[in-house]
Write a protein of this length. Structure first.
Length: 140
């Protein structure tokens, strides 16, 4: 079932797209050239570069390989940007539903144990009801 709420792009998506454009122009490549190298249409390149579409990790990996840039290059300068309160709120809203992580970025062991337990339930109807209940409880 598709997500009822469309995922919005964030200031990070706009930054990464702008950096992709910058790298493409450094290599004197057209959008069509980059698109051909990645097996996509130039319209998709336009959408990535404008920030209208998010760049997936695998697509970013392709861009980095074709454009000869390390992945980290696409994020350089991002920390220097001061994000508006609305931008921060949008990014945080996008993280809603993310798995709990500790300060080191590791997934909380209790959360993983619970997720494995839910995944192990064979009765799909029961599993769906349990997920609905958990979602309701976490919203409160």
């Amino acid at each position: 079932m598709p997500n009822a709420k469309a995922r919005r792009t964030t200031p990070v998506d706009h930054h990464v797209g702008a950096r992709a454009r910058e790298a493409r122009l450094e290599h004197d490549m057209s959008q069509t050239d980059l698109a051909h190298a990645c097996g996509i249409t130039f319209q998709q390149i336009q959408k990535y570069e404008s920030g209208a579409n998010r760049v997936s990790a695998s697509r970013l990996w392709q861009f980095a390989a074709v454009l000869g840039k390390p992945l980290s290059w696409f994020f350089e300068g991002l920390a220097a940007h001061k994000l508006s309160a609305a931008a921060v709120k949008a990014i945080e809203a996008d993280r809603k539903g993310a798995i709990s992580r500790d300060e080191g970025g590791k997934i909380d062991p209790e959360t993983m144990k619970l997720a494995r337990s839910i995944a192990g339930i064979k009765d799909e109807k029961l599993k769906k009801r349990l997920k609905t209940m958990l979602t309701t409880l976490s919203a409160g």
